[in-house]
Design a protein around this ligand. Structure first.
Ligand code: GAL
Length: 381
């Protein structure tokens, strides 16, 4: 072997070892500790799936079904760019690719199950055309129909259309059938409407959209223990949140909804139940840029909702550790394990946005606390 060849081989071997080392230490959230393999979450790092690719499931949510966790999220690929219409507010985007699904038995190791709702490339009018916005997918299982129902935010690239889309799957990982999109609750007043709310005026978005349906941007779905499901969406130009009951098949609004956090401009809603109380975590409206998280609790899903302030504590708490809420998962079978899930958006390179998952705790006064931890595991909770 010539000296030159030897050098080339050693460089190749060294590079290989470095890549292997990087794969081993960065994901899928596994690490080696005193020779023993432990599973940990490393918020903000690159998380790899079982094939060694970065997990691509942004603005996502988790479905737990028959002992398996399914993580659905926005598949963000390609070039990040700002359309002319969004330049004033740094509204960058990537073209729509679809909705990814990953499965896991333990929440650390994720297998890619595919793009379960691919974009529709040949019809520029279609809600799922690459030029549109498809964000914050959430999937729940309907016991009565045996179907998996996905709701998501559908929009034009300038976010003016403000609709919610629905898709249905026969299994958690099968391709979902897209059913279309709506502006929710057309022709219905909220249960807590006032006479003043019904009067048309230049800044009354609720009355303006009464006929055509309410604006719906950032959204989540919450499924209650009794099987009822609720759609939370940022409405009235993001000023007010609506909580809206879904029909028994989960495919449309049931026509009953309430206005909550009126005028508080909340988005990125994540809703969960703990020990019989409802909790809401959200953010202020600052696009991809982080801001202080908000939290709230209620005895009834219809309110009144009592705000509890920013649940984050410590350094970078006022920026939610550089992230924005997307989901909260109370872990089945582990009564004290509740995971706060958030996206650390990279607005200049959206596909490289990261996941920030942190344990969420309750104070004796009933408030929520979220502390930053570099590396943690469920076994410690
Ligand atoms: C955020 C929202 C994201 C996305 C982004 C676009 O406020 O939470 O889901 O819509 O704006 O800039």
């Amino acid at each position: 072997m010539s000296q030159q060849k030897f050098n080339v081989y050693s460089i190749l071997i060294l590079t290989g070892l470095m890549i292997a080392g990087w794969v081993w230490t960065t994901g899928p959230a596994l690490s080696e500790n005193s020779g023993e393999q432990v599973k940990v979450f490393r918020p903000g790092e690159v998380w790899l799936d079982t094939s060694g690719n970065p997990i691509n499931a942004h603005g996502g949510g988790i479905l737990y079904h028959k002992g398996i966790y399914y993580w659905y999220g926005e598949l963000k690929k390609g070039k990040t760019y700002a359309p002319e219409s969004n330049k004033s507010w740094s509204g960058t985007r990537v073209d729509v690719e679809g909705i990814s699904c990953y499965s896991s038995h333990d929440l650390y190791t994720w297998k890619y199950e595919g793009n379960v709702l691919p974009s529709v490339k040949n019809d520029p009018q279609h809600d799922l055309h690459p030029s549109k916005v498809v964000e914050r997918p959430k999937v729940i299982y309907n016991q009565r129909t045996g179907k998996f129902v996905m709701w998501m935010h559908i929009d034009s690239s300038d976010y003016k259309v403000s609709r919610s889309g629905v898709a249905v799957g026969d299994t958690p990982t099968s391709p979902f059938r897209y059913m279309g999109s709506i502006r929710p609750n057309a022709g219905f007043w909220p249960v807590n409407v006032t006479e003043q709310d019904k009067k048309n005026s230049s800044n009354n978005k609720l009355a303006r959209d009464f006929q055509g349906g309410q604006m719906a941007r950032d959204m989540t779905i919450f499924q209650d223990d009794d099987g009822k499901a609720y759609h939370f969406y940022s409405s009235e130009d993001n000023a007010t949140q609506h909580v809206s009951l879904l029909s028994d098949d989960y495919l449309r609004p049931a026509g009953k909804y309430a206005r909550i956090f009126i005028g508080r401009s909340m988005e990125a809603a994540a809703v969960f139940k703990f020990k019989g109380k409802y909790y809401f975590i959200g953010s202020d409206c600052t696009g991809w840029d982080p801001n202080p998280a908000r939290s709230a609790t209620a005895d009834s899903i219809w309110g009144p909702w009592k705000e509890l302030g920013n649940p984050c504590i410590g350094e970078d708490a006022e920026k939610t550790f550089g992230a924005q809420s997307t989901f909260v998962l109370p872990v089945v079978g582990k009564p004290n394990a509740v995971i706060f899930m958030a996206d650390r958006w990279n607005k200049d390179n959206l596909p490289d946005s990261r996941y920030v998952w942190l344990p969420l705790q309750f104070t004796p006064e009933g408030k929520i606390n979220i502390n930053w931890i570099d590396q943690w595991s469920l076994s410690k909770l």
